[in-house]
Ligand binder design. Structure first.
Ligand code: SF4
Ligand code: SF4
Ligand code: SF4
Ligand code: FES
Length: 821
């Protein structure tokens, strides 16, 4: 520790602290403009000047000056105040004083400091800038006339987002924060640069002229897209969510969000929201009252109580824990059916079957915090960045700032593969289990397995015939990766799961767990296996028991039951099987056949349009409760706006149905959480009050064991391409189609081909093609590049038009032909 005196206060700080950090630690506020705690110090604005006695009273920037023993620092002498006023005058020389029409007004550091330092006149005069404003995209407005050259946008885009869209161009008074060839912004549109810009140079366009910053009601909540569980602050007014507000003190991610969190909230206010219940009459869905709709649903479910096997229920893992708990209690308890599932059944099996077998818990053994504590990250599927972008930011940071080694095993390359020192092993599609088995064999053969690990003999026998060849990679790649992983001080496997990755979820979790257990990379910080559930409450859905138990049917069997008449009543809360479950035609046929289907949802989705009763549900912004993110963090979700139209929360819907059927009733969702804490062992002792803003990670007691798994033999089909599915950047499930940000970044379904395959098929970028499999055909536009290897075609699964589930059947790989339309 280093001891120093600031404004007469004694303070002891870590030796790598700056004077600014030390002042902050003892409650002394030094003004800053270019500094951000997440970014490398820049020292560009000179707003944070202080005086150090040992430096002969020279004024120095506190944000870049390290502390030294015995330093005596003054932060607000007359001379310092004078210098800061001068800095502000010089910044205001070129800066337009257009606060009345600037969206940053009220949230602008320059405006606030000008006010605080009473800079009400300027001794200098010069012409203002006349830069053209960049309005090319619908998400970010770039007005470089207001830029104060703090460099934060360029640093965050480089250091955390790893995109590198900005750089300073020109010199001296002509200097400008520019883009490639000084053209319009063309990037991932994550919005990180907008969040850190201290002035109104970078603005969120969806928020433009919507409200003054100070008129917004601010509500701390949790993003409702992916499983990362980023905390966010919703800015609302007049019953509408108008923006998400950056708060650098929120969450492990310091307020950073991806496009979905930053610009995807508009689905809440979409004019496509359902605002009243609908009942099918004479073949058409027609508006009805809640009384009519609920009477229809309860009478149907009441009849189902005498034949519970004829009732089935699917719920989206986007609901709160409280809603999912009620859902489970209603169907498993009151109605008596075990036919309950979510996410097409297979999307959670990595937890409910895989992790249970390998670690004795249906949860990820590792937490998000382990990413930064690790020494080597092994990312399965390059898409971890696409599926969980803020985890991608964490990986970027760890690799670039801490030198954490990065290894990727994937069927295609992705953004992570371009990080410094990253080594990517591109394997044959669908051969992930074979690859992990080959890694385990190599660990054993190289004598790198930890001694005395239980079940080693059975694993040895199971992987005896594993080989690099079966995974489509070289023996040298396997040997090197196995050695790197086993010899790392702490190694963490990152495995995204979700509906985009059908196939061997449980087996893959076991195969990955085997490598971690075999090499002793479990039960310590920065190591183990981080299974990343796709949706905001995927972990919560598992914790609340939303999967089949005993003889209950899983999602696929439920749909078979609908098709063959065994399932007569289907309750669907927020799922959209028509687009997101495999084999669209089969799903549609099943849903056409089921006697009675009720869907609660925000939108008239492809599935809701087929229902007999449609119940308008609330979004996350219209209700309170909890979500459990990947890595087991339970967090408070808070209501920001009233329900849209006549929509009701799924809590209200399920509570009303439960009471009508003679089941339990609750006065509010808080009572349900109390019951969760009393009955779900992992949540024991938790209260919504004790979760506060930061939430709580529930502990797990691991009992790790090797679980041998057989790799399915890859069966490439001659003359066909291997179709792999997954997430497109900034989409998540099918809900992101209603968010402006995700739809701007990626508006339509597409098929991505390798340049060589495209050339052989005489297909060019943007061409419309027909992709045909054994289950159907879709027409989509083509992207051509080197990201996917030869012989592989990639397509994301989020879209209704050209939906890829028309041509997939739930296998990890589907063989297809691609032909120009
Ligand atoms: S939006 Fe994101 S990717 Fe685009 S310039 Fe800003 S920080 Fe970089
Ligand atoms: S655009 Fe904003 S963040 Fe970027 S340099 Fe200018 S003032 Fe700083
Ligand atoms: S979508 Fe996921 S990564 Fe993006 S802000 Fe929301 S929780 Fe975070
Ligand atoms: S905040 Fe220290 S130089 Fe800008």
């Amino acid at each position: 520790m280093v001891n120093l005196t600031i404004d007469g206060k004694q303070v002891a700080v870590e030796k790598d602290a700056t004077i600014y950090d030390a002042a902050k630690a003892c409650g002394i506020k030094i003004p800053i403009l270019c500094h951000d705690k997440k970014l490398h110090p820049f020292g560009g604005c000179r707003m944070c000047l202080v005086e150090v006695e040992q430096m002969k009273g020279r004024l120095i920037p506190s944000c870049t000056t390290p502390v030294t023993e015995g330093m005596i620092v003054q932060t607000t002498t007359d001379e310092i105040v004078k210098a800061r006023k001068l800095v502000l005058e010089l910044l205001l020389l070129k800066h337009p004083i257009d606060c009345p029409v600037c969206d940053a007004a009220g949230d602008c550091d320059l405006q606030n400091l000008t006010y605080e330092y009473k800079v009400n006149m300027n001794r200098f005069v010069d012409e203002k800038f006349n830069h053209e404003i960049d309005y090319e995209n619908p998400l970010i407005e770039r007005d470089m006339n207001r830029c104060i050259h703090c460099g934060k946008c360029a640093r965050i885009c480089d250091e955390i987002v790893s995109y590198g869209a900005y750089t300073f161009i020109n010199r001296g008074i002509e200097a400008k924060m520019g883009t490639e060839f000084d053209g319009p912004l063309n990037c991932e549109f994550c919005g990180s640069c907008v969040s850190v810009c201290p002035v109104g140079a970078l603005n969120s366009r969806p928020f433009k002229f919507k409200a003054r910053w100070w008129a917004l009601q601010k509500t701390k909540s949790v993003c409702s897209y992916c499983g990362t569980g980023c905390q966010l602050t919703l800015g609302s007014k007049d019953g509408k969510v108008l923006t998400t507000i950056y708060d650098e003190n929120q969450g492990f991610h310091n307020g950073q969000l991806c496009t979905r969190g930053r610009f995807g909230y508009q689905f809440v206010n979409s004019d496509k929201r359902l605002t009243a219940p609908l009942i099918r009459k004479n073949g058409k869905l027609q508006e009805a009252t809640w009384e009519e709709a609920l009477a229809e649903v309860t009478s149907r479910l009441s009849a189902g109580k005498s034949d519970p096997a004829s009732v089935a229920a699917l719920a989206t893992p986007r609901l709160t824990n409280e809603e999912l708990f009620l859902f489970e209690k209603l169907f498993r308890g009151t109605v008596g059916t075990d036919n309950i599932d979510h996410s097409a059944g297979f999307a959670h099996e990595a937890l409910t079957k895989g992790a249970v077998a390998s670690f004795g818990v249906a949860a990820s053994p590792a937490e998000i915090a382990d990413v930064q504590k690790s020494k080597l990250l092994l990312v399965v599927k390059s898409d971890a960045y696409e599926t969980h972008p803020v985890i991608g930011f964490e990986i970027n940071l760890g690799v670039k700032r801490k030198g954490i080694a990065l290894r990727i095993v994937s069927d295609k390359k992705g953004k992570l593969t371009r990080l410094p020192g990253a080594k990517t092993t591109v394997h044959a599609p669908g051969s992930e289990v074979a690859l992990f088995n080959a890694l385990c064999k190599s660990v054993i053969d190289q004598g790198l397995a930890v001694e005395g690990v239980a079940g080693l003999d059975a694993l040895k026998a199971a992987v005896a015939d594993a080989s690099a060849e079966k995974a489509g990679v070289t023996a040298e790649e396997i040997a090197a990766l196995a050695k790197d992983f086993a010899s790392a001080e702490k190694a963490l496997i990152i495995l995204p799961i979700g509906q985009g990755y059908p196939g061997h979820n449980a087996a893959l979790a076991n195969a990955a767990a085997n490598l971690a257990i075999l090499t002793g990379q479990v039960g310590k910080e920065g190591a183990g296996l981080l299974i990343m559930g796709e949706k905001n409450n995927s972990q919560g859905a598992v914790d609340m028991g939303i999967y089949p138990k005993g003889t209950g049917l899983n999602a696929a069997a439920i749909l078979d039951g609908c098709a063959n008449g065994n399932v007569k009543t289907l309750f669907v809360a927020g799922e959209n099987p028509v687009v997101s479950y495999p084999n669209r035609k089969k799903v549609e046929k099943a849903l056409e056949n089921v006697e009675f289907m009720v869907v609660s949802d925000l939108f008239l989705t492809e599935t809701a349009a087929m229902a007999d009763v449609v119940l308008p549900a609330c979004s996350f912004a219209e209700k309170s409760g909890t979500f459990t993110s990947l890595g087991r963090r339970v967090q408070n979700v808070r209501k920001a706006i009233p329900a849209v139209g006549l929509a009701k929360s799924d809590f209200e819907i399920l509570n009303a149905i439960s009471q009508a059927l003679g089941g339990a009733g609750y006065n509010n969702q808080g009572e349900v959480f109390t019951e969760i804490a009393a009955t779900v062992p992992a949540y024991k002792g938790l209260t919504q009050a004790c979760l506060k803003d930061e939430g709580a990670v529930y502990p797990v007691a691991l009992s790790a064991k090797l679980v041998p798994v057989a790799a399915k033999a890859a069966a490439p089909a001659a003359g066909k391409l291997a179709l792999v599915t997954g997430s497109a950047l900034y989409h998540c499930g099918t809900m992101s189609r209603f968010g402006e940000g995700p739809m701007y970044v990626c508006p339509d379904a597409y098929a991505e081909l390798n340049v060589a395959d495209a050339a052989a098929l005489k297909i060019g970028e943007g061409d419309q093609v027909t992709v045909t499999s054994g289950t159907g055909a879709v027409q989509v536009a083509v992207k051509v590049g080197k990201r996917v290897p030869q012989g592989v075609v990639f397509s994301p699964y989020h879209f209704g038009e050209g939906s890829v589930n028309t041509i997939t059947d739930g296998s990890e790989v589907t063989y297809v032909t691609v032909a120009k339309k």
